[in-house]
Design a protein around this ligand. Structure first.
Ligand SMILES: Cc1cc2nc3c(=O)[nH]c(=O)nc-3n(C[C@H](O)[C@H](O)[C@H](O)COP(=O)(O)OP(=O)(O)OC[C@H]3O[C@@H](n4cnc5c(N)ncnc54)[C@H](O)[C@@H]3O)c2cc1C
Length: 500
């Protein structure tokens, strides 16, 4: 943007003191500010739907002669939003990326293990060479915990240590800022400290958004809502219902500083190698959830995630679980001597296929966590890669709509095809039974303890004769009062969730 344009944008967003950055490579040759003329919005108010209602108003209060200002408005500069803004800006569309935080990532919380490096590699070749990544993840562990014991599945592969790598640990404030800058470099306009409060309607069609300020109405042919879990915008547009507490989890996370050499020694890593550990069982007590620990360059990211309904039911506080997790005999030696750098908390939509909203309407698409596209399936905890994939799919849909000059619900419905081509809806559909199984009481509260108890018996040497596996298994089941038909039932559910 020229200095004059920047001044206009600043004036428009007066009072928010937004950080406005230029478009980087000058893709936009239009010398008008992308927000020219918007200030008139205060005098000509645009209708908005009723609070939280799913009814879309058909009444038009919009002056039809008013020019639309952007081709695409993306709300939220998380991974979904930056991916959508990047791909649409690259296609030459005039794109506005609105972020409520002081800068992208300033309010965002993740583990964060970013899987699917190859997806970003397709978009930005060798992206890891320029992005602020911490460590490439070449070792993954799944630990089943009882209060005293842990049994782990430990996977390590040298193939994950080769470009394009399988995944990286990242710190979201750094990564999101970098990713949004790529969208800017492609020509998108990023406006920080811009809280979107509403969608604008004209004759039942979404035609823009209302930013929290006087005269903050901005129009576009397509609005892409990437405003994260519990999306305010998707609800305003009548696309998403209110969630049940069993569909949402709360994650609390700490970043603990530890020097690089100590991390390498403790986790048996060399150079840029990293490990991602997921924990199930006693660390969350009766609360349905789990824990995670990821190695960064000179810090550890660790946290606990629990279903909101079970936090309430068992009257547990998230930070108490986090303290219990850090004190567990298998975790305490890993974090010993570290210093707390950061504490954060965020909700996670984790019911998968069953909670997906309507993904599009006239003039609007929903992507990432806003569309509940977070893949939480026991073995997998992947939200960032699905946010990027769905952001790209939404961007591709918006590009096709612009080529056809048709932003109707019929054209935007092709979003689902793009999501299938990018394996998003296919994955969620394939694993649709998994979240319910993973959150079942026996799997959460009993089996990790069963596995830990069985292993304890298996490896104990106390002078008594050695038993074979079947008697140990039988004695363990009896100890936990598990009936054979319950085990068979769970084996079937496990098969349906992960097997076929
Ligand atoms: C504790 C925890 C650990 C996790 N660990 C992992 C992990 O290891 N790996 C993984 O893949 N996933 C993980 N996830 C899930 C992952 O964080 C999300 O799936 C992912 O961030 C979704 O990206 P998004 O762009 O859709 O939304 P977000 O990252 O939430 O971004 C939404 C953006 O929209 C902005 N915004 C919101 N409302 C408005 C508004 N009204 N106006 C303007 N801007 C707005 C926000 O400030 C934010 O920048 C974790 C989540 C949590 C909570």
């Amino acid at each position: 943007m020229t200095r004059r344009e920047t001044t206009r944008v600043r004036r428009l967003f007066n009072g928010f003191n937004p950080i406005v950055r230029g478009n980087g490579n000058g893709h936009h040759t239009d010398r008008r500010s992308p927000v020219d003329g918007i200030a008139g919005g205060a005098e000509r108010p645009i209708s908005s739907p009723q609070e939280g209602g799913r009814e879309r108003p058909r009444r038009s209060t919009l002056n039809p002669s008013r020019p639309e200002q952007f081709d695409v408005i993306v709300v939220g500069a998380g991974p979904a939003g930056s991916a959508a803004a990047l791909v649409t800006a690259r296609a030459g569309l005039k794109v506005l990326l609105l972020e409520r935080g002081e800068y992208p990532g300033s309010k965002n919380v993740s583990g964060a293990a970013l899987y699917g490096s190859a997806i970003l590699h397709d978009l930005i070749p060798n992206w890891w060479e320029q992005a602020p990544v911490e460590r490439y993840i070449c070792r993954r562990m799944l630990s089943f915990m009882s209060p005293e014991t842990s049994v782990s599945l430990d996977f390590r592969s040298t193939t994950y240590a080769e470009p394009p790598y399988n995944g990286f640990s990242i710190l979201r404030p750094k990564f999101d800022r970098w990713f949004a800058a790529q969208a800017e470099a492609a020509g998108a306009f990023l406006l920080n400290a811009a809280v979107v409060d509403d969608v604008l309607w004209d004759d039942g069609r979404v035609i823009g958004v209302r930013v929290r300020r006087e005269a903050g109405d901005i129009c576009a042919n397509v609005v892409i809502a990437c405003d994260g879990a519990n999306s305010f915008l998707a609800k305003k547009a009548g696309l998403q219902r209110e969630f049940h507490t069993h569909e949402m989890s709360l994650g609390v996370k700490e970043v603990i500083g530890l020097d690089e050499q100590t991390i390498c020694e403790r986790f048996q890593l060399t150079g840029g190698e990293g490990v991602a550990i997921e924990y199930l069982g006693a660390i969350t007590g009766e609360v349905h959830g789990g824990g995670f620990l990821y190695t960064n360059r000179d810090s550890l990211s660790l946290g606990v995630i629990g279903q909101i309904s079970s936090f309430v039911e068992h009257r547990q506080r998230p930070y108490e679980l986090l303290e219990r997790f850090k004190a567990h005999p298998s975790v305490a030696p890993l974090v010993r001597g570290g210093t707390l750098r950061e504490y954060s908390a965020h909700i996670i939509p984790e019911a998968g296929w069953d909670m997906l909203p309507q993904l599009y309407t006239d003039g609007m698409l929903v992507a990432g966590d806003a569309a509940a596209l977070c893949f939480v399936a026991g073995l997998y905890f992947e939200g960032i890669n699905y946010a990027i994939q769905s952001g790209l799919a939404a961007g591709e849909t918006a590009i096709a709509a612009h080529r056809a000059s048709d932003f109707s619900v019929q054209t935007l419905a092709r979003y689902t095809e793009h999501l299938r081509q990018r394996q998003v809806l296919t994955d969620f559909e394939r694993y649709r039974h998994t979240p319910g199984f993973i959150n079942s009481a026996r799997l959460q509260n009993l089996y990790p303890a069963v596995i830990a108890h069985g292993a304890e018996r298996l490896f104990r040497v106390d002078g008594r004769g050695k038993q074979k596996l079947l008697p140990i298994a039988w004695e363990t089941l009896r100890h936990f009062e598990l009936k054979p038909f319950q085990v068979l039932q769970d084996l079937y559910r496990a098969g349906r969730s992960f097997g076929w």
